[in-house]
Structure formats: C-alpha cells, structure tokens
Design a protein around this ligand. Structure first.
Ligand code: NAD
Ligand code: MN
Length: 490
C-alpha cells in the first residue's frame, strides 16, 4: 500500500485539541433501587443486582431479580388488565394513551438520553439524536394504527389481540428495543410483561414512572428485572400468549425450543454479520462515512452493524487508506461528552469477548489496524479496529463480534460480492454502494437479508419493517408488518 497517494482532505482531528463539551447529568433523577413494576406499582424484591455505568465503573442503582413467583404475579396482572380495562377500551381511547406516552418521552427526552448513556455507555450524541427520538417516533407511529387495525389486516373482519405478551430485550438499544416491543403490542390491544437486559434496566424503570404519570391502567405494562433465568421463566410461562425476543441467536434457539409444541406465538430478532458492499463506481467519500457509521455507531453493538466490508478489488487500497484516515479523527472516550464519537463498551464481559475475538483474528493471520488514541483509565473501552486480508473462512468474518471491529474482504464481480455477503449463518442487513441504480437493485434482490440500504447505512424509521432471514430470526418489527404478530388474523 506504499504507493497509494495520500488523500487530500484535511485532518482537522489532528490540528486541534478539542475542549470537552460535557452534557450535565446533575438534573437527572433516579432511585437507589428498583425492584419490579407490577400492576402499576414498584414492588420489592428478595434478590438484587447492581447496574453500573460502564464509562466509570460506578454503580448507578440496584435492581431486583424476579423469580417464578414474581414473574407469575406480573403475568397475572397483565392477564387481569387484558380481560379488564384495557381489553374493553375503545381503540381510539387506547390510541390516546400511546400518543401521550410519545409526547411524554419527547418532554423528558434529555433526561432519558442522559440515563441511557450513563447506564449503557453509548455517546450522548447518539442517545440524544437517534435512540430517544426514535423511541418517541415509534409510539407516535403505533398510536396512529390503534384505531385503524382493519386497514392493517384487509379481509379480516374483526382482528383480535393475542393477549399477554412476554418480551425480552438486549442492552444495546435499551429504550428503543422496549419501544419496538411495547408500542405495537399496545396498539393491538395486548398487555405486556417485559424483561429489560441486566446491564441496562434503568431507562425501563424511568419509563415505568412515566407510565404512572401517564395514567396508563394498572397491569397493562409490567416489568420484571433480572438476568437470563428471569427471561427464561417469563418466556416459558404457560399463560403468556406471545413471546417477542431480541438478543443472541444462541438464546433465541433455546427460546424456540421452549415454546415448540405450545400455541405461544413467537418472533425472534437475533444476531447479524452485515456487510457493506462497495463497488468501484461508488462515491467513495460517502461510502467511507457509511462504513464508519456502519461499524463504529454505538461501539459496534448493533445487530445490523456493517461488520464486514466487501470492497471491489480495484479500489481496495484506496478505500482502506481513506478509511484509516477517517478513523483517525474518531474521538473515543467519555460518553457524556458531546464530542465523543465512540463511547464505552457496555460491560466488562462484552469487552472480554471483543478482545478475545480480535486475538483470534490476529492468530489467524489477518492484518490489524487500530487507531492511535488515549483511552480513559477507568471504564471499558476498545479502540476502533479494522482487519484487512480477511477471507470468508476466518472466524472474524463469520462470528458476530458486537464491537468496533471491521473485517475487510475483496470481490471482483457482483456475483462474488453476493456470494460472500450471503456466506454467513445470519441474514439481517447489508449496505450497497454504487453509482448504478440497476446494479444496486439487482444485487439487493439477491441478498438473503431483511434490510438492504442503498448508498446509506443504519437508517431507521418506525414505518419501515425490520427483521431477519436465516439465523437472524423471523417476524418483523416496525410498520404495518410489525402489527401482524400481535393480532390473531388467520
Ligand atoms: P443475550 O441473548 O445474551 O441476552 C438478551 C436478553 O435475553 C437479555 O435480557 C438476557 O437477560 C435474556 N436472556 C438470556 N438468556 C435467556 C434465556 N435462556 N431465556 C430468556 N431470556 C434470556 O444477548 P445480548 O448479549 O444481551 O445481546 C446481544 C445480542 O442481541 C447480539 O447477538 C445482537 O445481534 C442481538 N440483537 C439483535 C437485534 C435485532 O433486532 N435483531 C437487536 C439488538 C441486539
Ligand atoms: Mn449499566
């Protein structure tokens, strides 16, 4: 790569030291402990665990661990609400509650953003500009559907809700995953018991406080805290009518076995190993921005991350050179600093997993490049990393790392690009970069994945369905399609 001309753009990141631009957190309010939220009330717990701030390693609050009895109480409360006030409410009234929740999220947006960043480590720029606005947008979108369900299910006279929904979510977009699950369930007239992820339960508890303030009838939405055992109890509960899970493929398979042979409905949003496919006719500078966003957004803790870069061989060196150049401007550090691009890794456990898989990439002989920057002394951080010289048989090209680590591969023809992109057990998302619309649409149609972005990446809208193929799961969240699994309509 020695004879590659240096890009002409200026590296402002190198020219100046940035002052810090801290987002204050004095104004946020949360309790020292949250047990569970059942039947409209916070209830005590026998067992507890702490959730920490991964950027500082400080404990934020302690949260309950729900055992069988507590999960059962939550499911019973949800059943009573379903058979009582919520189930008999006019759809137009239901819509008002969902709309009110969206409004209140907007009013409290900054507080939610700061709490999301403190509990999970994501940059405030992202929680403030992406997560929380999308949360509100999902509630607004589904508020609009609540009294128009006959249009969502043409030919079905009287679409009925499924009943009590048991939902389990991961830690990478805590409040957004909650919104994806709760908003469509409520719009269809169901009630909910949801288990937040154990490293990021805080915004779900703030959301429970918001529901109290919104006057949502008791028992319509319940939260049980805890780790995998609590999740397992919830999804196996005999009175749960529908299970919605977002998380790893490994756990998704266990859940699928649990509900097999019962009449519980199931949707699974699982892992991914998405690729950005860059053709030589692409606008390279824009593609670089998409590649950076695809893998470094939210520290790469994104199920649809573009964690593989497939670049046409003729432009490989140019793309890698520009990418390294652009990466060097990324600021890694305090998630509450408004200038931060890459925040803290969500947990020590996740940091260990990333470190281990990066070690595997090195052991397998791939060429590593990491940006040269200081990392804070406390907290869990990982330098943005790319591997070149990767082939589809390398583990880092197959396994989900779920961190800021990109594997770069090359291709010569569109068919080879498609073959390589499809060569993983997953099928969640891909990006295609080309100046030729016909090529872009042709390739898009041959990719086995739920979402394909053209000349962009990581675009989300509540009207647009999201979900996987193959081991990335089944069922769709978002849009009209997101209603289908929350109704009986066959
Ligand atoms: P995980 O599967 O370990 O945990 C997800 C949730 O499931 C947590 O709340 C956890 O407590 C719970 N859980 C664990 N074991 C369980 C069991 N046996 N039964 C029921 N619940 C159980 O995943 P994670 O490491 O927390 O999250 C990262 C994974 O989630 C990645 O693989 C990522 O791709 C995936 N993810 C997918 C999407 C999507 O929409 N497809 C979105 C975000 C994350
Ligand atoms: Mn935490």
């Amino acid at each position: 790569m020695n004879d590659i001309p240096k890009p002409r753009e200026q590296l402002f990141g190198d020219l100046w030291e940035y002052s810090t631009a801290p987002q204050g957190s004095e104004f946020v309010q949360y309790r020292d402990e949250y047990g569970h939220f059942i039947d409209g009330e916070f209830v005590d717990s026998e067992e507890w665990f702490d959730s920490t701030n991964p950027a500082t390693e400080e404990t934020l609050a302690r949260f309950g661990v729900a055992g069988e009895e507590t999960v059962d109480e939550a499911v019973s409360a949800a059943r009573r609400a379903f058979e009582g006030p919520w189930g008999s409410m006019a759809a137009s009234e239901r819509a008002k509650y969902i709309f009110r929740i969206g409004r209140m999220i907007k009013e409290k947006a900054r507080e939610f953003a700061v709490l999301e960043t403190m509990d999970g480590g994501k940059p405030i720029r992202e929680s403030r500009d992406v997560d929380i606005p999308l949360v509100a947008a999902h509630f607004f979108h589904y508020a609009g559907w609540a009294d128009k369900l006959e249009y969502a299910f043409p030919g079905v006279d009287d679409p009925e809700p499924v009943g009590v929904c048991g939902q389990v979510i991961p830690w990478n977009f805590p409040l957004l995953m909650l919104a994806w699950k709760v908003a469509p369930a409520l719009a269809c007239g169901n009630t909910v018991v949801l288990k937040p992820a154990e490293t990021t339960p805080l915004t779900a508890m703030k959301f429970a406080e918001l529901l109290q303030e919104a006057g949502l009838p008791d028992g319509v939405v319940n939260f049980v805290n805890g780790a995998g055992d609590t999740g397992s109890t919830l999804v196996g509960h005999p009175d749960v009518d529908k299970v919605a899970f977002t998380g790893s493929t490994e756990v998704g398979k266990i859940i699928q076995k649990t509900v097999a042979g019962t009449d519980t409905k199931l949707t699974l949003e699982l892992g991914g190993k998405g690729s950005n496919i860059v053709f030589e006719d692409a606008a390279i500078d824009q593609a670089i921005e998409g590649i950076v966003d695809g893998i470094f957004f939210n520290q790469g803790h994104v199920c649809c991350a573009g964690s593989r870069l497939l670049v046409e061989e003729s432009i490989h060196d140019e793309v890698v050179s520009k990418l390294r150049h652009r990466m060097s401007t990324l600021r890694v550090g305090d998630p509450l600093d408004k200038n931060t691009d890459v925040g803290a890794i969500n947990s020590e456990q996740q940091l260990d997993k990333i470190t281990r898989l990066v070690g595997v990439g090195q052991d397998e002989g791939c060429d590593i490049h990491q940006i040269d920057c200081d990392l804070p002394e406390t907290g869990y951080y990982f330098r943005p990393t790319i591997f070149t010289g990767v082939t589809p048989s390398h583990r880092i090209a197959q396994e989900e790392i779920f961190g800021p680590v990109l594997s770069v591969m090359t291709f010569r023809t569109p068919s080879e690009a498609v073959e390589k992109a499809n060569n993983t057990p997953y099928g969640l998302a891909c990006g295609i970069w080309s100046d030729k619309g016909s090529k872009l649409f042709d390739v898009a149609g041959r990719l086995d994945c739920g979402v394909v972005w053209g000349n962009t990446y990581n675009q989300f809208d509540p009207a647009s369905p999201f979900g996987g193929y193959k081991e990335s799961g089944f069922g769709r969240e978002g849009g009209r399609q997101g209603l289908l699994d929350y109704m009986k309509h066959s």
